[in-house]
Design a protein around this ligand. Structure first.
Ligand SMILES: NC(=O)c1ccc[n+]([C@@H]2O[C@H](COP(=O)([O-])OP(=O)(O)OC[C@H]3O[C@@H](n4cnc5c(N)ncnc54)[C@H](O)[C@@H]3O)[C@@H](O)[C@H]2O)c1
Length: 380
């Protein structure tokens, strides 16, 4: 595909998190135009359109698909896969909020649509794009930590105030985040680890603490995932949306044959690395002392107003570049499902007392294969 000069019309579905994309749109300048917003709450849509200057308020999702070249799906998580599948089938590019899907049926539906569509699909997993995590990624890719065989991540975010509206009515999070038991919000933890390791999960076991602080929820207070990767590494992630504690939702650690990385745990704790043969013996060094050498030039630009430690703008900008250049986006459908499927399988594991279960390779799932011969994605 040749370089496109067309100004792409952007539609936002979901007016709340949708506001997190405005910094990216501003950075993209005249390559895009914020065309319209879809939100089933007319008040939310109106407020968004007025604040950010969107011309259209779509009253149905289908209208947004008809009117836009690309859509940002910032809707509640149970809608991501059905909305993405619908838009992709209509030839509209999709940047989806996390996770990509909430069930195996949705995975099938989304995968089939992505394989049949000529449009670009990308998952907007943003945590890999913090400055810190970009430095770790570059160091890992250069092999500074050697072969990575252990990874840890934690997303600890007490969200009890988000589970009901002021009226007492349950919100979508009540059903889809804490109304199920398992790692129901997996990608912020697994995304960076899998990218650094260039790996995917092949089996996992999931266990929880039991229900203690707010026991009406199906989800146990703290849920731990243990996972084996294709290359043989062991991963541990912890998701806790309920326990009474300050948040810590960007904790990561990796261990390789030649070194280790640990992010800070708050209270001024610094992210640190140890590189065997380079760092002084038994001594951590500040991660950011490596930033000058390892932060890729492309990521030195800062996007004003970009949330989540500056990370929010990058998924949109890389998605846009993939559309314009006809290239594969960095978190394509397969990467997206590698970050999403372990969460879905974790629900089966925890229900079976932590049984070790197989996690399928999304490349070999058969959804959509054969529907449009010659247009299938490569299986390798
Ligand atoms: N990547 C991140 O860092 C990050 C941060 C926050 C939220 N999220 C994700 O963004 C999504 C939205 O979260 P939120 O915090 O904005 O939730 P929210 O509850 O604050 O807002 C949800 C909005 O979506 C609207 N909505 C409901 N059904 C819809 C539909 N079918 N289509 C479009 N809009 C619909 C609601 O009216 C509301 O305005 C979730 O999937 C969440 O996981 C990601």
């Amino acid at each position: 595909m040749s370089l496109s000069k067309k100004v792409l019309r952007v539609g936002i579905a979901g007016a709340s998190r949708g506001g997190g994309y405005i910094a990216a749109l501003r950075s993209a300048g005249d390559r895009v135009r914020l065309h319209g917003v879809f939100d089933p709450s007319p008040q939310a849509a109106e407020a968004f359109a007025t604040e950010y200057g969107a011309a259209e308020r779509f009253s149905r999702f289908e209208e947004a698909v008809d009117a836009c070249d690309l859509l940002v799906l910032a809707s509640p998580q149970q809608y991501h896969a059905p909305q993405a599948a619908y838009a992709l089938r209509a030839g509209v590019h999709v940047l989806s909020e996390v996770p990509a899907a909430v069930s195996l049926q949705q995975v099938d539906q989304l995968l089939a649509a992505a394989r049949e569509s000529g449009a670009v699909y990308m998952l907007a997993e943003n945590y890999g794009y913090t400055r810190q995590n970009l430095v770790v990624r570059a160091m890992a890719r250069e092999g500074l930590f050697g072969d990575l065989y252990h990874g840890e991540a934690e997303y600890l975010h007490e969200m009890k105030g988000f589970h009901r509206q002021a009226s007492g009515e349950p919100t979508w999070r009540y059903f889809w985040q804490v109304g199920r038991n398992g790692i129901t919000y997996p990608t912020h933890s697994l995304g960076p680890l899998l990218e650094w390791m260039d790996d995917r999960i092949v089996s996992l076991s999931c266990v929880g603490t039991g229900r203690w602080t707010d026991p009406e929820h199906e989800m146990e207070d703290s849920v731990t995932l243990l996972a084996r990767t294709r290359k043989g590494a062991l991963l541990r992630t912890r998701l806790d949306l309920l326990s009474n504690r300050p948040e810590l939702y960007d904790y990561y650690a990796i261990q390789g044959t030649a070194g280790a990385y640990e992010s800070g745990r708050g209270m001024g704790d610094q992210p640190r690395v140890y590189l065997e043969g380079q760092s002084p013996r038994d001594t951590w060094e500040p991660l950011m002392s490596y930033a000058d050498r390892f932060l890729p030039d492309a990521y030195r630009v800062e996007h004003g107003g970009s949330g989540h430690w500056g990370s929010d703008a990058w998924p949109f900008l890389e998605f846009l570049a993939a559309i314009e250049h006809g290239t594969k986006p960095p978190i394509d459908i397969y990467r997206a499902l590698e970050m999403t499927l372990p969460g879905i399988i974790s629900e089966q594991s925890i229900a079976q007392g932590g049984a070790w279960l197989h996690v399928p390779d999304p490349r070999t799932l058969t959804a959509g294969i054969g529907i449009d011969p010659g247009r299938e994605a490569p299986l390798a």
